[in-house]
Design a protein around this ligand. Sequence first.
Ligand SMILES: Cc1ncc(COP(=O)(O)O)c(C=O)c1O
Length: 465
Amino acid sequence: MKRTKQLIDYLGREYEKKTVKSRLMFKRATKVMVRGGSHSLRLWKPYPFFPASAHGSTVTDLDGQTYLDYWQGHYANLLGHNPEVIRQEMEPYLAAGSLHTGFESSAQIELAERILASLGQPGLKIRFTTSGTLASTYAVMLAMGYTGRHYVLKIGGGWHGSTPYLLKGVKFHPGRGFNQVDSAGLPPEFARHIIITRFNDPDHLEKTFKKYGSKLAAFILEPFIGVGGFLFCSPEYLRLARKLADDYGVVLIFDEVISGFRFCPSGLQRLYGVKPDLSLFGKLIGGGEAVAAVVGRTRIMENCERAGVSGLRVNFEGGTFSAHEEYMRAGLAMLGYLSSHEKEIYPRIGQLATSLRQGIEGAFAAEGLKVVCTGGGHIAVNGSSFFMVNFPEKDNISYSYPEDIWDPARSDVFLREEALKLALLINGVHVVHGGGCLSTAHTEEDLEKTIEAYQQAARIFKKFW
Ligand SMILES: Cc1ncc(COP(=O)(O)O)c(C=O)c1O
């Protein structure tokens, strides 16, 4: 019998003892901001710590506690926090004081050329914006403008940012599964026009296309689903998605905001060998700055400038800070470094993550508790740097679908999301969703400390069983 209330009270007390200055800072924050901040994933209970500095694999808070960080800037920091290689590249530009916003720049052209060249597919164009959310919004608008249709198909458990077009089927509901609207403030017809299909389920996809295919403007999916559980689609599923999209004249969108340049110096699509019509990139392509992009077939992208079936163009303006020269330079430094070091970077972080996943499962097993780590590699991918720690409620859960991760009848979601977070924080490790990703800054010694922290967490949990 789990005594969860006592467990979380104990963990909260231990955390508060170590983070006195952060508690005061948070009190100040709540006076001026709703719930004390701007992003709920950063506002865990009882309150977040506030970093004083962040370097490589670690973050140090106002009280001087240092944490090994696996959140790494919402998975954007593939090279860790404040990587030297990017700082060095940026310094001459910052020192010269010549960087500008509000104009076009050669840096933007170079970054566009680099991203398109990495995809190895002729006939593509790119447009930049400043967040993955905006990229997914514009991509859906492009698909609707191009096809003249107004329905969008997405995956249950898929997250594409807070865009009104896709805020359905993100959170799991025990009665309705992923078939529910996730936000207030949406016109009801928006919600009706978002259709949900099951992740990596070919039969469900075929049935859904049969029913809605001729109404669909787009099918959007993550080839590697992030919040849905760090799971890879099968190559057959992606090929089927491509075929069905072609058969029904639907725009196929791959959301590569997490997966882009994470598994190789290109999109994950390159490893799968399946070509979408539009792709979304974000997070690490900005080298720590606010860069996101929509990439796609010229005939669809051109709708930004040319009237489509409705007689209007798609008003895709990236925003005041889109393609800021500073961001473009940082993105170039990041992508340049990744392609010149790909042979050492990707296999190494993949191998480290494999030992971390095994180590964590072993650490819990040593205390007689079962956890299952998702995020592991896949036939199409040579090693994955992600890990998510799940607490199965039943013996036979295969962890293949987002519902395995988010249905409280299958996984103890509270333990993963809340208790494990605090239990690790008091042992010097910061995670989100029970895990996160590795960066090139993480060392084998960091991993040993991390596995030890998970074992300490397991020991604490056992006391409250
Ligand atoms: C797959 C995916 N798409 C889109 C987004 C939205 O990106 P952003 O947070 O930059 O708006 C995210 C954010 O986590 C994401 O994981």
